[in-house]
Design a protein around this ligand. Structure first.
Ligand code: NAD
Length: 494
């Protein structure tokens, strides 16, 4: 087993003693046993990390390193990372209970691919170029690093959401303080070890695990220029308020309650397969999961059967088993929360078709829930409006195509969605009407060379793509000296 405990924090280019003695225990969601522990970072630790990041940024060594050399350093990290993919996968599955097949492909493998994708993007990125002006013949438009970045990530896909923060920040010349979630600090330790091996200037990368309080201290710290946050919409609002007061840059990747619209002409075989990825990925603990499946009244029974078939076909069990597709919930608290939502759905009048309250009979320990499908759900029910973050799907009837789009958009969130149809013109039309940042036609995926992010309460800003790299830069316009006899002011324009 590659899982182990740690005693130090990664600050200022080395492993440092924590300021306090408290520890975070990492508990296996499958065995409910403590598997490792790490220091619980305090405000004093965050202060030290931000001061180191600030010193390194203001000292200027990394930001003045030519971008080709910064890219080369990140490529070295990609090479080291690739060799450790199975280890990352094993650690993440042990921490948060993700099925190992998902962890290999989507937690660890995809995180490595994300690093390489940012290298591709950084090579093509417009770091500095000339533009013709109205008053002057040419202006230099430059992308400079945004400064010290606080990167705060959740537990569900901890590396996959750390990569689009840490990597573009490093490529842009920023310094970073990464705060992993208390449920999943161990994969962040392995990342810090690899970054240490790459050998960046001291203070450019720092990693301090901690809880909400330490996170909020980090966000509020005057030495931080930008907060890059992924997590709940509730925490996102608090962070946005603090950043607003301090006029700090912030990008927020928050919750979702996305819809999959199944049209009557859809191939239900494709839907059954596709919903595994679109609706229940990572045991339902995925921000883009389309847990509202919309079906027309006339085709409702067929779609419901397809959804139930999808859920029934997915094996529930121990995350380390490569044939398992649904593992436990991350924590006992979260298990209780999902079970409460299942009970709430019944009390709201929705009908359990498969699953229901309680735990799977064949899982005596672990924070498992019964994968559940509700029929006769109405979009105004809380189970259709609130993010449950578990394997719980509601199948909601619609009258016609316009009604389906209306229901999909009747949500405070706007993260993702999909449409399933054999009529691509209708599919494209719907893709343009649903107000979300990511949308799939007969599939659901999010490519690293394309931007990802949310409309409405699902967030502000984008990650991945050139747009996601640009979020770690400030734009500067430099005016060259005027030619002899030219004043170079706007009064010349007349
Ligand atoms: P969370 O908001 O409770 O915590 C996320 C991280 O923020 C943790 O590291 C936590 O310690 C820290 N934190 C919490 N409150 C904070 C505060 N006030 N100030 C600073 N830091 C704070 O979320 P979670 O339960 O860990 O993660 C699940 C949520 O993440 C879901 O809502 C999910 O949709 C969302 N998510 C979104 C995306 C996306 O790309 N939009 C991706 C993954 C997860």
């Amino acid at each position: 087993m590659t899982v182990r405990s740690y005693d130090r924090l990664y600050i200022d280019g080395d492993w440092r003693e924590p300021a306090g003695g408290d520890r975070i225990e990492v508990i296996s969601p499958h065995t409910e046993q403590v598997i490792a522990s790490v220091p619980d970072g305090t405000a004093a630790d965050m202060d030290r990390a931000v001061e180191a990041a600030r010193r390194s940024f203001d000292g200027g060594e990394w930001q003045r390193t030519p971008v080709a050399d910064r890219i080369a350093a990140v490529e070295r990290l990609a090479n080291l990372y690739e060799k450790r993919i199975p280890e990352f996968a094993e650690i993440i599955s042990a921490e948060n209970g993700s099925p190992i097949s998902f962890s290999m492909a989507a937690q660890a493998g995809a995180s490595w691919l994300a690093i390489s994708s940012f290298v591709t993007l950084a090579r093509a990125f417009d770091w500095e170029s000339e533009r013709a002006g109205v008053f002057v013949p040419s202006v230099t438009i430059r992308r400079e690093p945004v400064g010290v970045v606080a990167a705060i990530v959740p537990w569900n896909v901890p590396q996959m959401v750390a990569m689009p923060k840490v990597i573009p920040a490093l490529l842009a010349g920023c310094s970073v303080v990464l705060k992993p979630s208390p449920e999943t600090p161990l994969d962040a330790y392995l990342l810090a070890e690899l970054i240490d091996e790459v050998g960046l200037p001291a203070g450019v990368f720092n990693m301090v695990p901690g809880g909400r309080e330490a996170g909020q201290h980090l966000v509020s710290h005057a030495g931080v220029d930008k907060v890059a946050f992924t997590g709940s919409t509730a925490a996102g609002r608090t962070i946005a308020r603090i950043c607003g007061e301090q006029l700090k840059r912030c990008s927020l990747e928050l919750g979702g309650k996305s819809a999959a619209i199944v049209l009557d002409d859809a191939d239900l075989g494709v839907v059954t397969q596709g919903l595994k990825m679109a609706a229940i990925i990572n045991s339902g603990q995925g921000c883009t999961n389309q847990t509202r499946v919309l079906a027309s009244r006339s085709n409702y029974a067929n779609v419901l059967d397809a959804v139930v078939e999808t859920v029934r076909s997915m094996k529930v069990g121990e995350p380390a088993d490569p044939t398992v597709e649904i593992g436990p919930m991350v924590s006992q608290r979260h298990q209780g929360r999902v079970q409460d939502y299942i009970a709430l759905g019944e009390s709201e009048g929705a009908k359990v078709v498969i699953g229901g309250p309680g735990r799977p009979a064949d899982q005596p320990t672990g924070w498992y829930v019964r994968p559940t499908v509700f029929s006769e759900a109405r979009n105004e029910m809380r189970i259709c409006q609130e993010e449950i973050f578990g394997p719980v799907i509601t199948v909601i009837p619609y009258v016609d195509q316009a009604d389906a789009v209306r229901i999909a958009n009747d949500s405070e969130y706007g993260l993702a969605g999909s449409v399933w149809t054999t009529d691509l013109e209708r599919g494209n039309d719907i893709a343009r009407r649903v107000r979300t940042g990511i949308f799939g036609i007969n599939q659901f995926t999010a490519d690293f060379l394309a931007p990802s992010g949310g409309f409405k309460a699902s967030g502000i800003g984008r990650e991945f793509g050139a747009e996601g790299l640009a979020m770690y830069t400030e734009i500067k316009a430099i005016y060259p000296p005027p030619a002899a006899g030219q004043l170079g002011t706007f009064t010349d324009a007349g």
